[in-house]
Design a protein around this ligand. Sequence first.
Ligand code: ZN
Length: 431
Amino acid sequence: MAGKYRFIPEMSEEQIADVQLEGLRWTVAHAAQGSEFYAARLREAGVEPGGIASLDDLRGLPFTTADDLKEGYPLPLLSVPESDVVRIHGSSGTTGKRKILSYTQDDIDTWKDMFARCYELAGLTTLDRVQICVGYGLWTAGAGFQLGCERFGAMALPVGPGLLDIQLQILEDLGSTVLCSTASMALLMGEEVQKRGLAGKIKLRKAIFGAEAHTPKMRRQFEESLGLEDSFDISGMTELYGPGAGLECKAHNGIHYWADLYIAEILDPETLLPVAPGEVGELVVTSLRKQASPLIRYRTRDLTRLLPGRCECGCAMPRHDKIMGRSDDMFIFRGVNIYPGQIASVIEHFPELASEYQIVLSRREGLDYMLVRVERLPDIPGDNDANLAKALSDEIRRHILVRTQVEVQKPGALPRSFAKTKRVQDDRSED
Ligand code: ZN
């Protein structure tokens, strides 16, 4: 059926592969010619900039990392004359200098179209009113959600992050139909909507959320408290334009990513070789038409896996699973590598518990201890806390093979945050 989508191209696998090969050729030649950094890297790897003959040649290309962005600060990877750069964005660097990425007008236009695809896949219409509750300014989040919204043709309500009272006022007065925020923020707004008795007065139908790991339980909680029909996980990163690099579809079976704009590889973070099909590894991306800051095999640190086969929603773009955490979030406890998401997925099995959790690591007499704090749901009486705690501790031991202490707290006891909730508090001193 022609014309199902306005923004998402309907391409066969062969067509996607053709576009990828052409884009890879262009990117390598462009980067080698425009950037001293890339020229040197490619030379060291023995790559002839004009020698890309097939997609398999990707394997021979050197990697690019976040450290390369820091070393090239403030304008790393710049591959066009500075006069062609029309904008920069930055990401929140947790340590040291933040990452700055530059954009040409063509990059901005690509991003705009890329993000419009996300709204399209989420089933929005031009009559939707999109409340954007994410960071503006240096961050890509606000800019991306807004550019995409305007390109798509819906109405953008750019509130920004936080500002709970204003959020609720706009939600009620403007009748916002789509909420764009982090999962934590959606959860917080849902709690406030319930507390203030606004459920019957708002018109929200959908939420697009991203930027942090979430659990199905967290999602059910905000879908219910906000009265949503559906919600969609969005992917993206500043290095790859910003948010909008992919979106979950109505089938809720993975994230469709725009394979005509970038190539996604899933590699073992230790060996940097491809993992077996369907296995979890680090997402490594290569851009196909980024001009100002092209990416060649950029290590995202995000953990996910590719999903085989065509999606039942009919969208021909390939899928990866939700982001399962970051290799950086990993902590080592008594010699075991643990991702916070693993703890979250065990908590998920307990219908009595909310999705909020906190992990506190401590050290006594040379031995490490892990305390997991969770909250019981509002309708669960508190007299069973000790049994619940023991049951969760046993489950964690069974799944992750570590011994933990569990504390079940009353609803709302754990710290909430507008942005990314910090899950792990590491009190182990380094001495
Ligand atoms: Zn789909």
